[in-house]
Write a protein that binds this ligand. Sequence first.
Ligand SMILES: [Ca+2]
Ligand SMILES: [Ca+2]
Ligand SMILES: [Ca+2]
Length: 376
Amino acid sequence: MSWNVGTKIHTLPNASDAQGSDFTISVYDYYNSSSLPSFVNFNGDKTITYSPLLADAGEYILEVKLTDGQPKSSIYRCYVYVTNTVPDFSPSLTNKNLYLNGVPVTYHLPPYSDPDGTACTISVKKIFGSVRSSLPTFITFADDQFVISPGQYEFTSIGTHQIEVNLTDTTNQLTQRYFSVVISNQSPFFSTYPTNWSRKLATATYTYALPTYSDPEGHTILVSVYEIATKTLPPFMTFANDVLTMTVLDTDFAYQKSFYMRAKLNDTNQYNSYDFTISLTNTAPTFLDSLQTQICPLNGTVFEYVLPTQFDNEGQTIIATTKEYGKASLPAFVTFDGLQYTIAPGLTEFQYVGLYNIEIILSDGNKYCAVLPHFS
Ligand SMILES: [Ca+2]
Ligand SMILES: [Ca+2]
Ligand SMILES: [Ca+2]
């Protein structure tokens, strides 16, 4: 028979002798025929009582001998197993995951017991590989309960911590169970992705506000913005209070391009980066109306041709220059003051009769357009 500790009564079957003689029953230890194990009691009749202590756990063989006083006897063997079972938890331990948000997490161990009914004691360790040490300072254990309480800024606590729980019954039967504490931190983030931005290169002060942002654990967020290529801000930009301020002149042609920018949100442990572009554009000046071919009869008249209005989208100063197309200057009978032509061939200057292609270039100092009015 086999059982955990505790009293058990074993009643032997009825016995008889073929000749009807009186007979006696004796019970003894197979290994020591002069005695019984200390926890076994036989009443001389049919009852064997087992009252083992935990210290008696083990395997035993008893022999039961029937004898009628004659040399003949019958011997029966009885196998006895006294067991001592380790204590354990039910249900098993569970892992604990938490974020570094300053809110303590408690973990009460599940119920535990020793099937043999003895009291259990618990000790806990941190285990790393085969190295055991006391619990980290941010984990305390008392009254079967863990309190996991890393400070909101205790970034050194981030990671996986393996905890060993040693459950021991009064006979030092040990069960080791494990669970892990995983402490995580998340990076701050923008509510919406920063948008690309483009404006004209006018004399202006522009602002670009970053989207709102937050940190899942409520950490303080450091915000920085810089040009990716130079790791700093271009000279015309400043950044304060989540706003980029850009102060440009319409003649800052060096800034007429796209700046590849990065905004970084950092809780000093985790960060997120967001890339966007800041662009300043410039377009060439134009005439608001088309130019007209001028036909000037050689009759001694002085003709004037006032050009249409010139316009630059960015408001830059427009410089108009002109010459005969393919030549270095205007024809000798034409003069230009920036806004109008004066065409004054002399009455008898027959050598000027013909078609002249005149080129005008409008420049804002950076971009220009060229048009060809015709005089004839
Ligand atoms: Ca036990
Ligand atoms: Ca965080
Ligand atoms: Ca322009």
